[in-house]
Ligand binder design. Structure first.
Ligand code: NI
Length: 419
């Protein structure tokens, strides 16, 4: 990929990116038509690895955390190491978008046959990062430092808490040899129009812990509840009582939080007080201290309310992803690059989102910044667009070139910054 020599380095990046756009769109469509669930991204990873090897990267590691691929490009000039990350997995969602490359794939998820779709746009992330690898390879002779391309499996989580994703990639040394000085990632998002980049210093996405509560009562005739212990009334009080964790006990002026019950199961028929009721749910926080507070108080509140009802609560919590916290200095440093890439007026400070991201694990290791890239067609109200994870999620592919330029400029600008 060649570009005229009489233009600035930044213009050269943009010229090469523009030349790669059609290729990136074609990769994205191919991945979209062939989505793979977490830890099963065998086809995707093989295409990525073949591409990186064909580019002649200095190192290409495969099979990292099951199907992950890590490529390292060493520039001709000395400098820092920057990591760029893309996730590769799809979701158990049956696609309902009318596209020639719509997915018709199926797979088994949690024992069930399901449709599989790139409903979160990770097909875009993978294609974008392949494009960035090709772009930066073309600049190798003038590239400072090294760039690590991290293609990660299983961001969306795995059934039965199977091990995978960013945490496992770190355990399998994705951030070693060389150790990156910073990491950047992006997510395509329906909430912004194509052409727009969203940023946020500090907490951006929530922690994603789940919980399971079983209320043990004692079964009896519904006409004579005093002869047993009613777990349904106790469960109802637990559902309401735990709402006060956020509304009365947490400093919501510091950060917001959410406690949601997603399932309530108990009982077999209308005139029997059952033996037990099982509740499950999730809580989201933007501060690790508040996360611990809710975890502890949720259990104590459920146990004590159940006790007051002469029932017993058994509580389990399951750690999800940590809070996605963008390094403030790094994020603010990146703003001029964002404006160069998207243009003034197209870089927006976004609100927090209650969704989670395992990019957070990388950020616990090294300074990291995560950005949103809009993929809702210009002229369409993003509030009316099908959201990420919807079977109707639709990507305006104009966002791909912007995403490629964003990561390429960040990598080059980071290496050139004064230490
Ligand atoms: Ni996603």
């Amino acid at each position: 990929m060649n570009a005229p020599a009489d233009i600035s380095p930044a213009q050269r990046i943009d010229a090469i990116a523009a030349g790669l756009e059609a290729k990136v769109i074609a990769w994205r469509r191919d991945f979209h038509a062939h989505p793979e669930l977490g830890n099963q991204e065998v086809r995707t990873a093989a295409i990525v690895a073949d591409h990186l090897r064909a580019l002649g990267l200095d190192e290409v590691r495969t099979g990292v955390a099951a199907t992950g691929v890590v490529g390292t490009l060493v520039g001709a000039l000395p400098g820092p190491c920057v990591a760029l990350r893309a996730d590769m997995d799809a979701l158990p969602v049956t696609e309902q978008v009318d596209l020639p490359f719509a997915s018709r794939a199926t797979a088994v998820w949690g024992g069930q046959e399901v449709g599989v779709m790139h409903a979160c746009g990770h097909d875009c992330h993978t294609a974008i990062l392949m494009g960035v690898a090709e772009l930066l390879t073309a600049l190798r002779a003038e590239l400072r430092g090294s760039v690590k391309f991290i293609f990660q499996p299983a961001e969306e989580g795995l059934p039965d808490y199977e091990n995978g994703g960013a945490k496992r990639m770190i355990e399998e040394a994705a951030l070693e040899n060389p150790r990156p000085d910073a990491i950047f990632g992006l997510h395509v998002i329906s909430a912004l129009n194509a052409g727009t980049i969203g940023y946020r210093p500090g907490a951006m996405m929530a922690s994603t812990d789940n919980f399971w509560i079983r209320i043990h009562g004692r079964q009896t005739h519904g006409a004579m509840p005093w002869l047993g212990t009613d777990p349904i009334v106790a469960a109802a009080q637990v559902v309401l009582g735990t709402q006060t964790l956020v509304s009365r006990q947490l400093d919501i002026m510091h950060e917001p939080a959410v406690v949601t019950f997603g399932t309530v199961h108990g009982g077999l028929r209308e005139n029997i007080v059952p033996d037990e009721v099982t509740l499950t749910g999730t809580f989201r926080t933007f501060d690790e201290g508040q996360r611990e507070f809710i975890r502890a108080r949720l259990a104590a509140t459920a146990e004590n309310i159940a006790c007051a009802c002469q029932a017993r609560a058994e509580v389990r919590t399951f750690k999800g992803y940590p809070v996605t916290v963008n390094d403030t200095r790094l994020t603010l440093w990146s703003l001029p690059t964002l404006e160069k890439v998207a243009g003034r007026g197209h870089v927006v400070h976004v609100p927090k989102t209650g969704g989670g991201e395992d990019f957070s694990y990388f950020q616990k290791e090294i300074p990291g910044a995560f950005f949103f890239v809009g993929v809702t067609a210009r002229g369409t109200d993003p509030a009316r667009a099908a959201a990420n994870h919807s079977p109707h999620f639709r990507v305006d592919e104009d966002g791909l070139l912007l995403g490629m330029r964003l990561l390429a400029h960040l990598a080059v600008d980071f290496a050139a910054r004064p230490a």
